[in-house]
Structures are given as structure tokens and as C-alpha cells.
Design a protein around this ligand. Structure first.
Ligand SMILES: Cc1cc2nc3c(=O)[nH]c(=O)nc-3n(C[C@H](O)[C@H](O)[C@H](O)COP(=O)(O)OP(=O)(O)OC[C@H]3O[C@@H](n4cnc5c(N)ncnc54)[C@H](O)[C@@H]3O)c2cc1C
Length: 438
């Protein structure tokens, strides 16, 4: 059986943060990923902007450390030019390259096409995970484990309990397949938006179109005329990918009841692909500037925002998020609003009570799995209420949680202690020396 100090399940932003942190802190680390690439939603679902590194108004940097190394590596491969206000746009292919480069650099053993389907326990500790791949079922053992599957898979396998969907109502945030359009004539688009401000707005940054809003009158008319298939939206939003004339659109939305069902996921994906081509054809036909554009690509996989969440030593509350919660055991900051893609109400943003320059703290206890001594739950599967996760899930924050999990895992192994026994002051000091902003 392959054996490691730290076993990370899921190679998305949270898992990457944990694996890099573990390896940089001296742990023999493995990362297990069901897809043939690293990056999770970044690369599989074209979430091509890192949010959460800055406050929502972009005035203050609130996440540092591992994210800075990823951004510098991306720059080296031409994958980003750095932040634009509160977000860091990047190119997904260069992200794949940068992440492969980093796992090689830090000698992190990577397992692709490998789905974790269960685990073995000894008392309150996980001893190994069960992995299914083309080579059949095998086990990988470890001393410390991180659940960064986004779906709290390992958390659930270990303790058979988890939170799922909106409390008391059971629905999930809607899913999306983003798509990229290239060769948009920005000059024509700007002219069109000035002539028809009620239909289209195209705000500029440094003379370039940064975002495109296709407003309800145009979208609703096209839907009424059966020219556009976009069941759950009455507007479309695109933002520039950092290349002239190239934009990404997040407007497609599909409901999902059971993220575990391959059949249901396929139904959602097929419907979303239909929305992609219909949206593209609608833009090409109705918005000046798009006449000679072409559909570059849509994301390989489906973008899941929220599915299942672990139950930790503390459950981050909606009120903690909205009221700028402060915790003695904080390990990260986040300033993103609650962003809820509600299947009934559409996209709802609820801003932090102290405004877009404020932030709240994520407590260490909410990344420590309750009832298991050696499991951290980070990123989308953080121990948080549905509404709190709607903010804390952004990828910059997920990375920061991963950083903390990697350092805490090192401390658990060094001191032979359970995750909940970690000396948090020491953890915070170590994180700060490694660039984290606390
Ligand atoms: C359409 C969309 C737009 C978004 N926009 C933004 C944005 O602009 N900026 C931003 O910062 N955030 C955005 N988000 C949120 C952000 O993408 C996620 O919250 C973030 O990716 C969370 O990272 P994660 O590592 O927790 O989860 P994920 O990115 O979901 O990664 C989980 C990884 O675990 C793997 N995995 C799952 N189960 C298993 C298993 N059993 N065994 C092995 N591997 C497994 C998955 O394949 C995946 O690679 C968006 C999300 C969506 C869906």
C-alpha cells in the first residue's frame, strides 16, 4: 500500500493549497484527483478568476502566501497579468500547466483518474482511503487527511454524517457551464452599448471592455421569440478574459437535486450545453460587435457551487459572515458577499453588513472534522451553514484554508496530537511567517 504523511482528496483550489502547504512544510504528500488535471472548478469548470484574495471592493489584500506563489507561477507561463480590482483573471490551460509544475517542484505524488470511494478507520482516526481507478480498487494510507473533494466525500465516508443543501429546504445552488467567446469587436460593442444603454452595458477599464451586461429587455424578448434557450436567467453577464475581444459567460444555470447521480448530472450537463450554444447564437445575432465572434470552448465539466459540507468542531454561521465575525482561532479572512444562485429566485447577492471593504474570519475549528482526529475539511466542504458557504467557498479563501490545513497537519504529526488539539497561536504564527494574512 502506498503510504504518505498527508493524503489530500481532491485537487481543486483548496486541495492544491493543502498539498503545497503540506509538502512545503516537510510532509510526504499525495493528492488524489478523479479528473486527469489539477485545479477543480478552476480548470474543469472554467472558473477563470480567483476571488477572495482581496476585499470585495478591491481595496485590501486579505489572502497571501500560497496564492502568491500560484499567481507568480501562472505569470511565468503567461497565464495571468495579476489582479484586476478584486479578482485575478487567468487562463485555464496555463493554470493546469502551473499546477502540474508546482506539484512536480514540491515532489507531491499525484494520482489522476482516481476516485476516493471510502476509507478505513482505527478508533477515531482514518488509516487509509479506498481509491478506484483503471487499475481497480486499492488503498492509500496516511497519517493526516484532507477532504477537499468539494462534496465532503471523505468526511461523509468517515462519519456517515454531513450537511447538504439549504437547511430545512434541501435545494442546492444551481450549476453552470461557463463558455468562452473570441473575436468580439470591442469598438463596435462600445458603440452599440452607447446607442442602446438599456439593452447592453459595457463598462471600460483603461479603455478596454471589462464586462458586458446583456440587460433583461433584450434577453426577455429573445426568450419570448424562442430565439434563446436560457430557462433560469433574464440577463447575461460576460467578463473579459484578459485578451482583446475574448469574453467568458457564466449565464447558463441548471438545477441539481442529487449531485451523486451520474444520470442526473448528465441531464444537467446536456441541458447546459444546449444553453451554451443558444446563448452564443443569440449574442452573435443580436449584439453588435459579436457578428464575427466564434464559440471558443465551454468548460469540460459542470461547475458545482455547493453540494455537501462536513460537520466540524464549529459551524460557520450566516451571521458570522454578515457581521464580520472575529475568532481567536482564525486561520483565514474572507470578504466575499453571500452569492446564492437560487433555483427559485435567480442570483442573489447579500453584501457584508460593514460594506465591501470589510471581511470576516474563518475559525480553525470549522476546518477540523468533528469526531475524527486526523481529518481537515476545507474549501467548498468547509463546516458552514449553507449561506455562510455561499461566501466562504470562493477560491482564494479555499486556498487559504488549505494553507492552514497543511501546517496544522505538520503540527499534528510532530506532536502526535489530534487536529482539535493543535496550538492555534503557534499555527497562526507559522502561517504568518509563510505569508498568510491573518
Ligand atoms: C460557475 C462557477 C463560477 C464561480 N466563479 C468563481 C469566481 O469567479 N472566483 C472564485 O474564486 N470562485 C468562483 N466559484 C467558486 C469556486 O470555484 C469554488 O468554490 C472553488 O473551486 C472551491 O474549491 P474546492 O477545492 O473546495 O472545490 P472544487 O474546485 O470543486 O475542487 C474539488 C476537487 O475534488 C475532486 N473530487 C471530488 N470528489 C472526489 C473524490 N471522491 N475523489 C477524488 N477527487 C474528487 C474534483 O474533481 C475537484 O477537482 C465559482 C464556482 C462556479 C461553479
Amino acid at each position: 500500500m502506498d503510504s504518505y504523511d498527508l493524503v489530500v482528496v481532491g485537487g481543486g483550489p483548496a486541495g492544491i493549497g493543502a498539498a503545497l502547504s503540506g509538502a512545503k512544510n516537510g510532509l510526504k504528500t499525495a493528492i488524489i484527483e478523479r479528473n486527469p488535471m489539477l485545479g477543480g472548478n478552476w480548470t474543469n469548470s472554467y472558473v477563470v478568476s480567483i476571488l477572495g484574495v482581496y476585499t470585495y471592493d478591491g481595496s485590501e489584500k486579505i489572502v497571501g502566501g500560497i496564492v502568491d506563489e500560484i499567481v507568480e507561477t501562472l505569470k511565468k507561463f503567461g497565464g495571468t497579468k495579476g489582479n484586476v480590482g478584486n479578482f485575478i483573471p487567468f487562463r485555464p490551460d496555463e493554470m493546469k500547466i502551473a499546477l502540474s509544475y508546482l506539484v512536480e517542484k514540491y515532489k507531491i505524488t499525484t494520482y489522476f483518474n482516481s476516485l476516493v470511494t471510502g476509507c478505513e478507520l482505527s478508533k477515531d482516526k482514518i488509516t487509509s482511503v479506498k481509491v478506484v481507478g483503471k487499475d481497480g480498487m486499492h488503498e492509500i494510507s496516511g497519517k493526516e487527511f484532507v477532504d477537499s473533494s468539494g462534496d465532503a466525500d471523505l468526511s461523509y465516508y468517515s462519519i456517515s454524517k454531513a450537511m447538504e443543501g439549504k437547511e430545512g429546504e434541501g435545494w442546492h445552488q444551481e450549476t453552470t457551464i461557463p463558455f468562452r467567446i473570441a473575436n468580439v469587436n470591442e469598438a463596435e460593442l462600445i458603440k452599440f452599448s452607447k446607442e442602446h444603454p438599456k439593452l447592453v452595458s459595457a463598462p471600460l477599464v483603461d479603455g478596454k471592455v471589462s464586462k458586458i451586461h446583456i440587460n433583461p429587455p433584450l434577453v426577455e424578448k429573445a426568450k419570448k421569440d424562442n430565439e434563446l434557450y436560457l430557462p433560469n436567467e433574464n440577463s447575461e453577464f460576460l467578463f473579459n478574459t484578459s485578451r482583446e475581444g475574448e469574453f467568458i459567460c457564466n449565464a447558463t444555470h441548471a438545477k441539481i437535486k442529487d449531485f451523486r447521480s451520474g444520470k442526473e448530472v448528465a441531464t444537467a450537463i446536456n441541458d447546459l450545453r444546449h444553453q451554451v450554444i443558444s446563448s452564443f447564437e443569440f449574442l452573435k445575432k443580436n449584439v453588435h460587435g459579436f457578428e464575427n465572434s466564434y464559440l471558443m470552448d465551454s468548460s469540460p465539466g459542470i461547475g458545482m457551487r455547493e453540494t455537501r459540507r462536513g460537520i466540524g468542531e464549529y459551524i460557520l454561521k450566516r451571521d458570522d459572515v454578515l457581521n464580520g465575525g472575529r475568532f481567536d482561532d482564525h486561520i483565514a479572512r474572507c470578504g466575499h458577499p453571500l452569492e446564492i444562485h437560487d433555483p427559485n429566485k435567480g442570483l442573489v447577492y447579500i453584501h457584508l453588513n460593514k460594506g465591501d471593504s470589510s471581511w470576516y474570519e474563518i475559525p480553525y475549528r470549522s476546518i477540523v472534522q468533528k469526531g475524527i482526529d486526523n481529518l481537515f475539511i476545507i474549501g467548498r466542504c468547509l463546516s458552514a451553514e449553507f449561506d455562510a458557504q455561499a461566501s466562504a467557498r470562493v477560491s482564494g479563501t479555499a486556498l487559504a484554508m488549505g494553507h492552514a490545513a497543511g501546517v496544522a497537519a505538520r503540527m499534528c504529526i510532530n506532536d502526535n496530537i489530534a487536529a482539535k488539539e493543535v496550538n492555534v497561536k503557534e499555527l497562526q504564527e507559522t502561517l504568518k511567517t509563510q505569508g498568510a494574512i491573518l
